[in-house]
Design a protein around this ligand. Sequence first.
Ligand code: AMP
Length: 427
Amino acid sequence: MTDCFDTFSLSQPILRALAREGYTKPTPVQQAAIPPLLSGKDLLACAQTGTGKTAAFSLPLLEILSRSRANGSPRALILTPTRELAQQIGESIERYGRYLKLHSAILVGGVAQGPQVQALRRRPEIIVATPGRLLDLLNQGYVKLSAVEFFVLDEADRMLDMGFLPDVRRVLGALSPKRQTMLFSATMPKEIAALAAQMLNNPESVSVAPPASVAENIEQKVLFVRQERKNDALSSVLKDKTISRALVFTRTKHRADRIARLLLKNGVSTDAIHSNKSQSARKRALSAFTRGSVRVLVATDIVSRGIDVSNISHVINYELPHDAESYVHRIGRTARAGASGTALSLCAAEEVSLLHNIERLTHCALLPMTHDFHCAETAKLAELPRAAQRMTQPNRRQKSGLARRNNSSSRRKTNSPAKWNVRQHSN
Ligand code: AMP
């Protein structure tokens, strides 16, 4: 394995763009994926957003596309489940390819089709799309996929969760079988394994971090609190000015709006993002949050995956998610690209079983937080099984979390990749 980009066969324009990004060392998924992709192999990667997977597929794709001439039709297609992720990947590709003469277009729903049709008229080589809008444009004859040489299916498990697999199969049907294919998924449910077997040809397999693992540089805390005091507890927690940029998760859109209104009333700069908002409102909220003009973004699980905003200091779960894997995705929005962060979960008595599910999945006991709103009864409810769990599973991550609290320098965001585990094997 190599630890610098120069040793891959990447051309100068790409290396210059990487230097401009400040990337000095490939992340594990990049180390494992770039060489086989450059040699033309298919790839099956178990990796989630935050591992550097976008560059892992984009760099070989840009390299290979730039070596031969465009033929006027799209040559690369990247399919993602959400509009935000498509936008983000499109922007990354623009940056990595800034010194190349390649064009890309982003095709997503929720916005007018006209500008995307215009973008297609400029004959982009690369298309980043969500399935619905892509199929619409395909059916209307605005785009042809028969010349696609590279197909990336990103966040395949999320596609499955969102019910997009039939659309993905339709897109697959429009592609030529003569292509290089890459499938990325954070987890590998059996439906995705079956899809991979169908669409990949003798792939290289890469796995960074086991499914549902939590980055070690996230300090995970829990505040046991009465349900009816959650609003006050949240407002009180947010008085802490070290919480510089916080993503607050709720289970419902309605509650996300309600909490955003409450925080605004309390003088906290806040916005909300969920699927009832128009695409332009979602974009506005995200960019205000990214710029720092909004300190708190209240969100539903629509942004629990895929969204990459740097320097999110805290993820706060106003409510615990029903499904423990969502917890892992939510808190993965902090501690990006090797930085550290804090995840705080407000847990009411009725959520204790959800807390235990999370602790079972992540093999990690959350640290109870001392706070004026701490509810001893709820803590007691949670404590018995948690104590038993701690005895059977000594907790490496939480130990490192405790150590970090005495070491403020480790809070600085670094541009070096996090320590991911990587497994690689060829079929
Ligand atoms: P991704 O998983 O592609 O969403 O990437 C997560 C974050 O890691 C993004 O902010 C990237 O800019 C950053 N990143 C990707 N590759 C590297 C690298 N080799 N060195 C430093 N940061 C990186």
